[in-house]
Design a protein around this ligand. Structure first.
Ligand SMILES: Cc1cc2nc3c(=O)[nH]c(=O)nc-3n(C[C@H](O)[C@H](O)[C@H](O)COP(=O)(O)OP(=O)(O)OC[C@H]3O[C@@H](n4cnc5c(N)ncnc54)[C@H](O)[C@@H]3O)c2cc1C
Length: 418
């Protein structure tokens, strides 16, 4: 079958790889000149099954209210005259009940565990290298109440097979000695030895090279302008190429993987996808003093910041701002990340040479992605991965490839239309 994948971010590229494995002729379309140039460009690098607790949880409404006016808040809702933002926020609040949170954690852990296995399998199959580290992920807490709040979700994750165990401060220091500077402030930590980290952008670029060698076609610098339906199915895609020339693109099946932009293109087809952009920031800086720099991937839950070591660089990413499609770099938020990094790991990185970046996470209210069949029989979704698109990429890519091929997915998950 001819399958067209719309979007060459992490989700589009992994879909293409697994579709090709199923024997399909695959074409990928993206408006950028290179793959993974938008939200998949400089994320936190974590393959974190243990980061399964969604933003929407029982403690969120109060925190969000408290943070409303704080420019450097970890999660900031900027109220706009935007009906889509309000609808999304209402849906987000509905996901904050204990029962919905437990349900969402379960879906996220199941897909995450499967996805991590599929990433490891892919690594064995094609020998890809992307500054990966398999030293686990350590969540640390400087507030006893935040630590206590993490215990319930961690226990639920353990019951689902994700071994996120509570550890003492001494154990945390043995796993990551770079935490020694804040040792007196640490209330405790959790550790998930099976979690990983790595450079998602490098992974995507390497995977594209492999796919190209395997016959996948990439139409880069092609901007999708419309999806057109006829006779009850998706008939064709309209696009413009790098020179602005009109392109009429047709295939037997289509996988929509355009991240935060996905909902805009299916709305004219009468399909509403509950995805809203959640802007995040990252800072990448070279290691200055290796003896002070972290090796293990870390999560600072209270500040919603993650830390990954990518070769000789430190990647620090996080925070979220709901402010439409705005991608401006807010100085206050960038500086807050650098400040926190300096506070935790003084002298580890070189802030003078820091590179700042923002990306728009395609966030669903529950943080459960939208993977599966649409109401049009030949249009499929692999989108809405929010905070965990790197963690969930290989599992979602393989699942959508199986669904398109008429096969049952290998993991229990609420796939659409399956
Ligand atoms: C600060 C930050 C930190 C993060 N940290 C982590 C982490 O540590 N671990 C983790 O698992 N996840 C993390 N994430 C989330 C993860 O990066 C995203 O979920 C993931 O990148 C989304 O991938 P995607 O393929 O859906 O979207 P994208 O990467 O945005 O890909 C969509 C593609 O569609 C293309 N496109 C859009 N519109 C059009 C059009 N009209 N025509 C043609 N092409 C189009 C774009 O060019 C783009 O290449 C983080 C995100 C951010 C912002």
């Amino acid at each position: 079958m001819n399958v067209m994948v719309l979007g060459a971010g992490l989700l589009g590229v992994t879909s293409a790889y697994f579709l090709r494995q199923q024997g399909h002729d695959v074409t990928v379309v993206d408006r950028q000149a290179t793959p993974a140039a938008e939200t998949s460009f400089a994320n936190g690098g974590q393959i974190s099954v243990s980061h399964a607790e969604p933003w929407a949880n029982p403690s969120a409404p109060l925190k969000v209210l408290k943070w409303m006016t704080k420019e450097d808040a970890p999660l900031l809702f900027r109220v706009r005259a935007d009906f889509r933002q309000w609808l999304w926020t209402l849906a987000f609040l509905r996901e904050c009940t204990p029962a919905r949170t437990r349900h969402n954690i379960e879906c996220i852990v199941r897909l995450g565990t499967y996805s991590r296995e599929m990433l490891q399998q892919l690594r064995r199959d094609i020998g890809i290298d992307y500054d990966q580290r398999t030293q686990g992920i350590l969540h640390f807490y400087t507030s006893a109440s935040e630590l206590a709040a993490a215990e319930g979700p961690a226990a639920q994750m353990r019951a689902l097979g994700c071994d996120r165990r509570l550890i003492t401060v001494d154990e945390a220091l043995a796993i990551e000695p770079a935490l020694r500077h804040i040792a007196p402030k640490l209330a405790g930590a959790t550790y998930t030895a099976q979690d990983e980290s790595g450079d998602a952008n490098r992974f995507a670029r390497e995977l594209v090279e492999h796919c190209q060698a395997d016959g996948v076609r990439f139409l880069m610098s092609h901007t999708v302008t419309a999806l057109r339906a006829a006779a009850g199915k998706l008939d064709h895609v309209e696009a413009t190429d790098a020179e602005g020339r009109f392109q009429f693109l047709q295939a037997d099946a289509y996988v929509l993987a355009m991240g935060s932009w996905s909902p805009l293109y299916v709305r004219p087809l009468g399909i509403r996808l509950p995805i809203y952009p959640a802007k995040g920031y990252s800072v990448t800086m070279p290691v200055r003093d290796a003896s002070r720099a972290f090796q293990v991937s870390l999560t600072d839950d209270e500040h919603k910041i993650v830390f990954s070591r990518l070769g000789d660089k430190l990647r620090i990413a996080g925070t979220a701002e709901l402010n439409g499609y705005d991608r401006d770099l807010n100085r206050v938020r960038c500086e807050a990340i650098v400040r926190r990094t300096e506070e935790l790991f003084p002298g580890a990185g070189d802030p003078q040479r820091a590179q700042f970046w923002t990306g728009l996470r395609p966030a669903t209210p529950s943080n459960v992605p939208i993977v599966g069949r649409s109401k049009l029989p030949n249009l499929y979704f692999n989108t809405g991965h929010g905070t965990l698109g790197w963690t969930h990429a290989c599992g979602s890519g393989k699942s959508i490839a199986r669904i398109v091929s008429g096969l049952k997915p290998e993991v229990e998950f609420p796939f659409l239309g399956v």
